[in-house]
Design a protein around this ligand. Structure first.
Ligand SMILES: [Zn+2]
Length: 77
């Protein structure tokens, strides 16, 4: 019998934050929440890791840097 398990990461865009990119200086970054789930037989079971990242809004740059949950209060709609 084969047991197939793995990890699957899903990205949830949360919104835009006013934050300067350290590479290109762009002032808007997209805040993303990455949730990694443990899956068994391709069925996601439970989250094992949640990570917040800020991605540069400049399409030529797209630099990512670590963010935290508290950065979500900076979201501008
Ligand atoms: Zn940038």
């Amino acid at each position: 019998m084969f047991v197939i398990f793995g990890f699957r990461t899903t990205v949830f865009p949360l919104g835009w934050v006013t934050m300067a990119c350290h590479v290109c200086g762009q002032g808007r970054m997209a805040l993303l929440r990455e949730v990694t789930k443990f899956s068994l037989f391709f069925v996601p079971l439970f989250p094992v890791r949640t990570k917040y990242v800020a991605e540069c809004g400049n399409p030529m740059c797209r630099t990512r840097r670590p963010a935290s949950k508290s950065d979500s209060r900076l979201i501008t709609h």
